[in-house]
Design a binder for this molecule. Structure first.
Ligand code: TXA
Ligand code: MG
Length: 343
């Protein structure tokens, strides 16, 4: 299939592209769209056959459910069997934005979206093109990250094209994604809210509204193949470039000593401050401890490591609080849980 590329750089282009995207989605096709987190591969969430095409294009495991994107709480109410009070509070605080709420689903959600679960993940993205497309299509849009399954998520239209050209109907180019890592996934279907995937909306943010909310231990753990996990996506190999990634756990001076002595043909991924102390080229994530800035660059750097032919990369492990937890969660999976502590 020939993939069509459209731009959304100006207001007029955004208007035109959102109408074209809505048309593709209404007719059962696949269109990649920017969100504030990563690019999504969108299809009509109420059309089982269209949703099945997403799994084929990505090579996605059949038991990994999709997030459904809405243009507001009213559309979310039409998809959920029950919207708990806490979901109203959190959506008011964080929508549009990088927070997915898992709720009990109702019958309009096809099994192809929920993969046999009785819940559905719903979020309102903070991107005007995406929201216009939902409104123009008049249906909710199911959209996983628009990458080949297992690869780093796409934060630019070029990343989408590198993985999915020829496999999907269209890509709308809305520039680089502001947040750069996928949404926080929070299960509010049970008694106590639980984070299944950390993101830019942090546990600290959520506890202001739900003081007893907690982070699932699966977030920092290697879920074994076949194990039943609360979030099916967590058990798969994820975010991995072809290069071997090694996480290095230590303070700045330990990391700098380690990186200075590491194989010259390995990539070093670190902060500006660390790079300034190293006499070798580095991929710079951002300022030390500025995990919001680092998150915005993470996936582009993981792809660049491969593009530039590196077969190994050492990356300084982030702290596990605030947005650092989300970075840590992505990085330990990119590294297949290979983490070392230099002396
Ligand atoms: O920021 C994002 O969330 C992006 C953009 C495109 O919106 N989407 C995204 O989708 O990251 P995806 O499919 O790559 O990741 C969805 C994650 C998976 O780990 C999946 O297992 C989990 O959410 N998930 C979806 N529905 C679920 C459910 N009903 N119960 C538990 N986990 C669910
Ligand atoms: Mg994904």
């Amino acid at each position: 299939m020939q993939t069509v590329y459209m731009s959304a750089a100006t207001e007029q282009e955004e208007e035109k592209s959102s109408l074209a995207a809505a048309k593709i989605i209404r007719s059962g096709g696949l269109c990649a769209l920017p969100t504030e987190t990563v690019y999504g591969l969108g299809a009509n969430a109420l059309d089982a056959a269209a949703v099945a095409k997403i799994f084929a294009a990505k090579g996605r495991p059949q038991d990994n459910p999709l997030i459904v994107h809405v243009n507001g709480m009213k559309m979310a109410e039409s998809l959920a069997a029950h919207v708990p009070d806490i979901a109203y509070k959190l959506s008011e605080a964080f929508w549009p934005g990088p927070l997915t709420l898992i709720m009990k689903k109702n019958a309009v959600i096809p099994d192809e979206v929920s993969c046999g679960l009785d819940t559905v993940g719903i979020r309102m993205p903070d991107n005007s093109l995406f929201l216009k497309t939902i409104t123009n299509a008049g249906v909710p849009i199911a959209a996983p990250s628009a990458n080949t399954s297992g690869k780093p998520s796409p934060t630019s239209a070029k990343h989408v094209a590198d993985d999915l050209d020829g496999k999907i109907d269209a890509v709308i180019d809305g520039g680089s994604c502001r947040v750069g890592i996928e949404s926080t996934v929070l299960n509010v279907a049970g008694n106590i809210p639980v984070i299944l995937r950390p993101g830019a909306v942090t546990i600290e943010d959520i506890r202001k509204y739900a003081p007893d909310a907690y982070v699932s231990e699966s977030v920092l753990r290697d879920a074994r193949e076949g194990e039943k996990t609360p979030s099916p996506g967590m058990k798969y190999k994820h975010y991995s470039p072809n290069a071997d990634i090694v996480l290095v756990d230590g303070d700045r001076s330990a990391f700098v000593r380690f990186a200075a002595a590491a194989e010259p043909n390995a990539a070093i991924v670190c902060s500006e401050e660390e790079a300034a102390e190293l006499c070798r080229p580095c991929f710079i994530m951002g300022s030390e401890g500025d995990y919001t800035a680092q998150a915005a660059r993470l996936f582009a750097i993981l792809r660049k490591i491969d593009d530039e032919g590196f077969t190994k990369a050492y990356i300084r492990a982030p702290q596990k609080d605030g947005v650092g937890l989300a970075l840590y969660n992505r990085l330990i999976r990119a590294a297949a849980f290979n983490i070392i502590t230099p002396d």
